[in-house]
Design a protein around this ligand. Structure first.
Ligand code: PRP
Length: 208
């Protein structure tokens, strides 16, 4: 049996992805959950996990250092990668939305939009025929309208708690997001049997 290298996101998506794999019947080491190791073997399954930042999962898969990976659709929309999207896992459900301070219009001259998703944001405002200036940030996007850096943000909303706790409101929903199983095209050909088995086992656990 070929070894399969799987890039797994650390953080938000991890727990649900881990649980899905366990429910699918895979015997995974506890270590995967509670160590700071970045590479963990699951010898019983001949899996090797690379624990990566969510944004980097498709990079590992595109370059073939991971055969498959679990990546948020947000990441896939923002950075086009040469990978196959095999399955919607239906986990880590959230959406990308615009938000800002309540009851505020956008600056008429040059509305400024802060985001981790410059491509998604540009595409959204272009499709509405609105010209905006995009300010790319790496996190804590909600700060931007609070401190006068931007009129709106384009960001992930999951529970809505972060917006609420920072006195912001949602304006428009842009796109729904879930995590996807992705594969390197060459691995998909060479390790088809193993990857198809993974897809089928996971598919049975997916609730969309
Ligand atoms: C994401 C997102 C929001 C928050 C939304 O940030 O950018 O800030 O989660 O979740 P909620 O609707 O459940 O409050 P993340 O925690 O990934 O960190 P970041 O600030 O580094 O983007």
């Amino acid at each position: 049996m070929d070894e399969l290298t799987i890039a797994m996101p650390k953080g938000r998506i991890f727990e649900e992805a881990y649980e899905l794999l366990v429910k699918a019947g895979y015997d995974l080491p506890k270590e995967l959950d509670d160590s700071r190791k970045l590479i963990v073997e699951a010898p019983n399954e001949k899996f090797r996990f690379i624990l990566a930042k969510p944004m980097d999962v498709p990079v590992y898969v595109e370059h073939g250092v991971a055969d498959v990976g679990i990546a948020g659709k947000d990441v896939m929309l923002e950075h086009e990668r040469s990978v196959h999207e095999l399955l919607d896992l239906g986990i880590s459900r959230c959406y990308i939305a615009t938000a800002g301070l309540p009851n505020t219009a956008m600056n008429e001259m040059t509305p400024r939009i802060a985001t981790k998703y410059p491509k998604v944001a540009s595409h959204f405002y272009r499709s509405k025929g609105e010209q905006v200036e995009i300010i790319e940030l790496n996190g804590s996007i909600e700060l931007a309208p609070m401190i006068g850096l931007a009129d709106r943000i384009v960001d992930i909303v999951s529970t809505g708690k972060t917006l609420k706790e920072n006195g912001l409101v949602e304006y428009e929903q842009i796109v729904g997001i879930t995590s996807r199983l992705i594969a390197n095209p060459v691995s998909y050909r060479l390790k088809q049997e193993r990857i198809s088995e993974l897809v089928e086992k996971l598919r049975k656990q997916v609730t969309l």
